[in-house]
Design a protein around this ligand. Structure first.
Ligand code: SIN
Length: 285
């Protein structure tokens, strides 16, 4: 297995592994280690089917069904992310976020496979929450470390429901769920259990306010933090090719699906996995 860093900060392309044949323990360990180190790992020319996708997901943790975008009955843990050529809506994941941070136990990571990609556009951006944490001034680190933030599932709830014309994947996602409007509290800063590196755990799609502050008081602070996280130095942009597979650490990164390919169809298959859970990333001190 060879590892080729994509930026000077995070992300790596992996070669020398065949995801279409059962992985041996050395390769599985190598992939887990690469994910812990690089946070986003990319494998090209791996046109895996749903069964191989599930097997790959199990290398990292227990496959988890997305309650807001479950897959078909045969493999409910595989969300089908589709935008048709004629659609002029938003896209699934079209804003900086970490997957499902508004639920009690957000997934630890995701495995995304490119099924059909447009001739141009449809890239996915990632940012490193560890890089964002490292570059924060000390007083801001002091404010956030050991503090919780509230997350709400705005796109899926009632209170903040987006206009119908902006909603992606109508019909295959659960909407207007009052449960999604409930505040769920998670640590603002996590510590990676393998590398010991700290990272922010906030995102503009779901994070509503900082513990001990109203939404209004939190807003300018959070807006500054969101802009800081998305600085180009903390980001990487992935151009997809057919058969490409990307795995990311959902506690140490945010991602953003770019909606710039109107007139072309894009289809991806995504599975998420639960590993050790947030508790292992925020040990009580
Ligand atoms: C997502 O997982 O949020 C969507 C990613 C993508 O379609 O590029």
């Amino acid at each position: 297995m060879q590892i080729h860093p994509i930026t000077g900060v995070f992300g790596a392309e992996i070669t020398g592994v065949d995801l279409m044949t059962p992985l041996n323990e050395a390769d599985a360990t190598g992939l887990r280690d690469a994910l812990a180190e690089h946070l986003v790992i990319v494998l090209r020319d791996q046109p895996i089917d749903a069964g191989q996708h599930r097997a790959l997901t199990r290398v990292f943790g227990e496959p988890a069904v997305n309650p807001y975008a479950p897959g078909p009955a045969a493999h409910p843990e595989m969300t089908s992310i589709v935008k048709e050529a004629a659609e002029r809506t938003g896209v699934f994941g079209g804003g900086w976020h970490t997957d499902l941070s508004f639920i009690a136990q957000p997934p630890g990571g995701s495995v995304l496979a490119a099924i059909e990609i447009p001739p141009y556009g449809g890239d996915t951006m990632f940012l490193s929450q560890q890089a964002a944490w490292n570059a924060l001034p000390g007083p801001m680190q002091d404010l956030l470390d050991g503090r919780n933030t509230a997350h709400v599932g705005k796109p899926y709830g009632v209170k903040w429901a987006p206009p119908i014309e902006e909603q992606a994947m109508k019909g295959s996602t659960k909407r207007n769920d009052p449960e999604a409007d409930k505040e769920r509290w998670h640590p603002a800063v996590l510590t990676h259990p393998v590398t010991g590196r700290k990272g922010l755990y906030i995102n503009p799609t779901y994070t509503l306010r900082i513990e001990g502050m109203s939404e209004e008081m939190s807003r300018p602070v959070l807006d500054q933090l969101f802009a800081h996280c998305a600085l180009p130095e903390h980001c990487l942009r992935l151009r997809w090719s057919s058969g490409m597979v990307v795995i990311w650490d959902n506690y140490s990164t945010q991602h953003y699906a770019i909606n710039d390919y109107h007139g072309y169809r894009r289809e991806m298959r995504r599975a998420t996995f639960n590993n050790d859970g947030l508790a292992a990333w925020a040990p009580a001190s």
